[in-house]
Structures are given as C-alpha cells and as structure tokens.
Design a protein around this ligand. Structure first.
Ligand code: URA
Length: 436
C-alpha cells in the first residue's frame, strides 16, 4: 500500500477499507510515515469525515497500537469515567473517592489542561509531592493495594493517539467528530475498564458548543464502546458556564475538598452524585440513581469519601497535611475582588471567557509542555439566575503577576450577560444515553 493513495482516496471522499486504516495506523505507530503525510491524511479526514464503519475501525486500530491493559487480575470489575473537558470541571477529584467509598475500586488515567480547558493532573499536582506520572506496573500495584489510583496516560497505551493528537494540535484538525471520538475511546479501550461513563460537555467552555454536536460525539463514542463489548453511559452536560465556583488548580482542589466534606456548590455536588451513581450502577451496585442517592450523600457527609481521597493523595506521595488543611495549598500573592458594574440578573456567565481569564493568569497552558501556576485562578460569586447588586463582588481573582491580572480582568468582563427580569439557570444535564 502507498500512503499517498490512501490520502487521495480520503481526499476524494471515498471510504477507506479496514486494511487501509490498519496499515496507516501501523505506519503512524512505527514512525514509518512522515508527519507531512499523516497531517495531510488528518486534514482529509477532517474535511471528508468518516463513515461509522471507518470510525470503529480507526478506534480499534488506535487502541491496539500499544498495550491493552487487562485489569481482571487486579479487580473484579473496573469502571472508568471520562470528561470531554471544560472550565471548573473538578468532578474526578470528588467522583473517584466517592465511587471507592461506595465499594467499587477505580483506576483512572487522566490528562492535563490545554488552552482554556483545565486538566485533572494539573489540579492534583497542586498538592505538594503528588506524583501524577506512574508506570503501568505502579498503576496496577496501587489499584490492587488501595483500590484507587489516578495517573497520567502511560506512554505504551494507544501510542498512535499520542502522535496523531500532537499533529492535530498544530494542523487545525482537532475539532473533527471521528478524530475526537477515536482519540478518547482508543485510550479508554486500552486502559481496560469494563464500564465507562462519559461526560460529554456542550457549551462555550467545551469542545462541542451545541447540545446536538455533543450528542453526535457521544453517539459515536457509545458505538465504539458497544463494538468493544464495554458497558457505557454518556451524559450530555452543560458547559455554558463553569461548573462550581472555583476555576484554577489549587482553588479547584480546595472546592473539591469542601465537597468531599459534605459542602461545596450545589451544581458541583449534583453533577458528582449523578456521575458517581451511573458508575456504580454500571458496576452492579444499586437499582437506580434515585435509590443510590441517600448512600452517596451519606459518604460525603460522614467523611468516607474524603478518607478515600486522602488515601489516594498519600499513596502517590502527596502531602496529606495540605488536604487536611487546604490553607497549605499554593496561594497566590494578589487576591482581588472584582465588583459588579451594574445591578441585575445574571443571564450568562460565559465559561470560555472565565477559562481564558484563568489561562491568562497562568493556570493553564497555551502550548503543550508549558508550566502552570497552581495558585492562580478565579472564584465566581454569581452564576446564571443569581441577582447581583452593583458593586457586589462578582469574581475574586487570584494572581501572581499584575500585568496578567489586568489582562484577566479585561477578559472576565466579557463573561457576564445581564437581564432585568429573573433568568432560569441552564440544566446540569441535557440527556443521558446508554449502551444496554
Ligand atoms: N480529548 C482527547 O483525548 N482527544 C481529543 O481529541 C479531544 C479531547
């Protein structure tokens, strides 16, 4: 086979065969194809799309490009979750310990933030000493010993995705449904979970801006999971405004800890309970989400979920004192309240503007590999539907650099939209799709 022929066929809108897709992905994995041919192929896929059959073939080929973890020797049933990414999304920090406190072990591979969208590993690394990069063996050992582990993607899982993603990032080919679905699902399939809950976000702070697009992405990922025999649920959730109130690494850890102690913002608590409930249900615990609610709430109130979080932190070298007393987490040098410029109801709190502001402060990275400042970020004092008086604090900005603070302040002023009349908050979830 010739790479140029495969590129040409996709460029002309033809359907690639299974053999062609396998051959191409093998070439990517073994460094047998130059970046310019891979990039041309990615652009052809971006423009022409892929049939359902091609998408399933691509997911399988990418998943099998490296090791396929087998967790059956370690736990009876492995359950995983994946969020498509957003602003203020610290759910993994609450959901993992809560699932464990309810009796189901979890080993999860997470990612880092890019652009306006935060990453779980960056958040966890704001806990002094926490080691997010584990080898596959360390991952399996900790899962067997503690029943809870959270680490970066190991290099030997779905290596084809690592190469494709790096090229997509610099060739304007990230936003393609088959490329996103296969990127996420190849890693999930290789990581070995029997059941997966996907949290597919829709809104300005997500990859998918509309609910319909998010539904289409979720449908493709469910198809891939079904083909691989995995139990799956996809939640379509709102990301038009940030989740919870804190945006920025240590600030989000602090909010997650409040939630694990039975407090925390209502939307975050609800989101975590629903996600946890679906994970437990897939693992065979509980009849229904409603039936599980009292037990899950009790694990937040009675310290069991926080204890599981503490176990996770200590097992990976983190300083337990910093989670016992979050005042020991990194703190920014400048903390400034931004007052509301007028009175009225908040009609919108644009997640993208808040995410951008947090990135401008240094909480996120413009390019892969940039360092992040764990201390900085934004705390929201009002969300959609709230009434605010002029001069009341709208945001608190945590900064370590005055120029960046000024830039972030300007961007934050784009976030709110105002209304004279009461406004309804958007729903937390738009839909729940399930593979049965
Ligand atoms: N997350 C991924 O892992 N891949 C994508 O393409 C988008 C989000």
């Amino acid at each position: 086979m010739q790479a140029a022929d495969i590129i040409a066929r996709k460029r002309d809108g033809e359907e690639l065969t299974t053999e062609e897709i396998n051959w191409f992905i093998q070439g990517v994995t073994e460094d047998a194809l130059p970046d310019y041919q891979i990039a041309a192929w990615l652009m052809a896929v971006y423009i022409r799309g892929m049939s359902r059959r091609e998408t399933l073939d691509l997911a399988q080929a990418m998943a099998h490009s490296g090791a396929m973890l087998d967790l059956s020797g370690v736990v009876d049933f492995a359950v995983d979750k994946h969020s498509s990414g957003g602003v203020g999304d610290k759910t993994t920090l609450v959901v993992l310990p809560l699932v464990v406190a309810c009796g189901v072990p979890v080993g999860k591979m997470s990612g880092r933030g890019l652009g306006f969208s935060g990453g779980t590993l960056d958040k966890m690394e704001s806990i002094p000493g926490f080691r997010a990069e584990l080898t596959t063996q360390e991952f399996l050992d900790q899962l067997a010993k503690c029943g809870i582990v959270l680490s970066g993607q190991s290099a030997d899982l779905a290596p084809a995705d690592g190469k494709l993603y790096a090229l997509r990032d610099v060739t304007a080919t990230v936003g393609s449904l088959p490329l996103i679905a296969t990127s996420i699902m190849s890693k999930k399939l290789a990581a070995g979970a029997d059941a997966i809950v996907l949290d597919v976000k829709a809104g300005s702070g997500a990859f998918m801006s509309s609910v319909d697009e998010a539904r289409r992405l979720a449908g493709l990922m469910l198809d891939i999971g079904r083909m691989a025999g995995r139990k799956m649920v996809a939640l379509i959730s709102d990301m038009s405004q940030p989740l919870g109130r804190a945006v920025g690494n240590a600030l989000e850890v602090q909010e997650a800890i409040e939630t694990l102690h039975g407090g925390g913002p209502g939307d975050l608590v609800e989101h975590c309970l629903v996600t946890t409930g679906h994970m437990l249900r897939l693992a065979g615990v509980g009849e229904s989400l409603d039936a599980l609610m009292p037990a899950m709430r009790a694990k937040l109130q009675n310290g069991a979920a926080f204890a599981a979080f503490r176990t996770l932190v200590q097992a990976q070298g983190g300083d337990a004192a910093a989670v016992d007393d979050p005042d020991d987490l990194p703190r920014a040098g400048v903390v400034k309240a931004i007052p509301a410029p007028r009175r009225g109801y908040i009609a919108q709190m644009d997640a993208r503007a808040v995410g951008d502001a947090s990135m401008l402060l240094g909480a996120g990275r413009r390019r892969k590999g940039d360092p992040v400042d764990h201390a900085v970020g934004v705390v929201l004092h009002a969300k959609v539907g709230d009434y605010v008086e002029a001069g009341q604090p709208l945001f608190t900005v945590h900064a370590n650099d005055l120029d960046r603070l000024a830039e972030a302040e300007r961007r934050l002023m784009d976030a709110p939209a105002w209304h004279e009349e009461p406004v309804k908050a958007p729903p937390l979830f738009y839909d729940v799709l399930e593979v049965v």
